[in-house]
Design a protein around this ligand. Sequence first.
Ligand code: URA
Length: 211
Amino acid sequence: MNFENFHIIKHPLIEHKLTYIREKHTSKKEFKELVDEVALLMAYEITKDFSLQEIEISTPICKTKSKVVSGKKVVLVPILRAGLGMVDGILKLIPSARVGHIGLYRDEKTLKPVSYYFKIPSNCEDREFILVDPMLATGGSAVAAADMLKKAGAKNIKFMCLIAAPEGVEKFCKAHPDVKVYAAGLDEKLNEHGYIVPGLGDAGDRLFGTK
Ligand code: URA
């Protein structure tokens, strides 16, 4: 897909793990573990642009200067409910990240996403937001979630998903060209029920065992 802000994160381990995430016989336990692992690996890749600053430290041997990530206050924002499945993996890598939450449901008449929960930390302007949802399907929820973050004052937002459908990528990238979108896989299409093909089924049901 030819959107400047859309990126597929290619890595053999991510591709390997994504295969078993897709596989329908993968157990609930393994599914969650794999989602955690892929989320961690993706977070490693998408934080490559974080800047560093030098600080002075003392090793057991001597004083020295060494680098630390400078001033980025990261906020993970899962879109409820499936987005929750990606939080633990990213927190393993960035344990100091704050966690916001966005809850959306689809109005049955208008088919538009309606917010039922929104909670993020204050001082949004200085923070680096990572919005997460495993599936970028129609793009409706992701677009609405990014709208809400921007309305609250967020200036730096990245969106991370496991699998994207071309329809969702187009909708999101057109609505938010300033938000970088990262996916582990780009699939063929959406089916008539709004599921990504081949996809992985319902991410929330597979994470929480609710099928
Ligand atoms: N949400 C899911 O969980 N799966 C899809 O395929 C599309 C949306």
